[in-house]
Write a protein that binds this ligand. Structure first.
Ligand code: ZN
Ligand code: ZN
Length: 267
């Protein structure tokens, strides 16, 4: 029963986030934002079905693991703490937000190194290549992982629950943010303004172009939320900022939008 509710929450979040992004940016605002399509074309539709199929398989794997975490928590093996909502304080609220922020930082490091590992030729060939079938992904690719990669991706939740004092609301905040970033990272339409990459603080956070270039060029831009590890390890694509500026300074197109091509979007 718990597994079923966890599965429905997760599926619902995926379809709400990815579905909303698809509806807003690929349907309603498609014409208005056609000049911001990073690679100037989209993937063909059967690739999108593949993205959804593997994302649902990932959600099933996440659900099974969330059920395991739930059992471990019930038996007192994790660092879970209870919240008394009849005496809820600003400190409680503050720590929920702070813990979600710490989880994001932990995940950023975990994701960068797990992702680098996934690009090892053997793991890439047998596992991570599934995610790279889309060289120009859609928002539906948020959880486009081979089942083994889905297990590895979930590993961060185990790291968190065994090391950081947490309440499930903190986990939910963190999980919703990572879902949002995963969906936006695969949008393939840049929404940020040109000034974003010129602001010393904001530029630390990845733009949509950042992950789109990972799908196009494979061996650069591994980070999920932040550009810090890519900066330290020298894996920021040499033309990342140049590409970001080129995409964000294109004038809006007056003519018909670039068609949602039924041909291959592979460059
Ligand atoms: Zn991706
Ligand atoms: Zn990759």
């Amino acid at each position: 029963m718990v597994q079923l509710s966890l599965f429905f929450i997760d599926v619902l979040m995926y379809f709400v986030f990815a579905g909303a992004a698809y509806l807003i940016f690929y349907v309603i605002l498609k014409k208005a934002l056609s000049h911001r399509i990073i690679q100037k074309k989209f993937e063909k539709n059967d690739r999108i079905f593949d993205e959804i199929k593997f994302s649902i398989s990932t959600i099933i794997i996440f659900t099974l693991n969330f059920a395991i975490v739930w059992e471990l928590q019930k038996r007192g093996y994790t660092r879970h703490y209870d919240l008394d909502f009849s005496h809820f304080t600003w400190q409680n609220a503050g720590y929920l937000v702070l813990s979600a922020f710490i989880m994001m930082l932990m995940h950023d490091t975990y994701f960068y190194w797990a992702h680098r590992l996934m690009h090892h030729p053997t793991l890439y060939r047998h596992v991570h290549q599934v995610h790279h079938r889309s060289t120009n992904p859609s928002p539906w690719a948020a959880f486009y992982f081979h089942p083994l990669e889905a297990f590895a991706e979930f590993g961060i939740i185990y790291v968190i629950v065994f090391t950081l004092p947490y309440n499930e609301i903190g986990i939910l905040l963190f999980y919703a943010y990572q879902m949002f970033i995963n969906v936006m990272g695969h949008l393939s339409i840049e929404l940020f303004p040109t000034s974003y990459s010129k602001n010393g603080v904001l530029k630390i956070h990845n733009s949509i172009t950042h992950h789109n270039m990972h799908h196009k060029y494979f061996n650069y831009n591994y980070g999920l939320y932040l550009n810090v590890w890519d900066g330290i390890m020298g894996t920021v694509h040499p033309k990342y900022y140049e590409t970001f500026e080129e995409v964000t300074s294109r004038p809006p197109l007056d003519k018909e939008p670039i068609a949602f091509k039924a041909e291959s979007g592979i460059d």
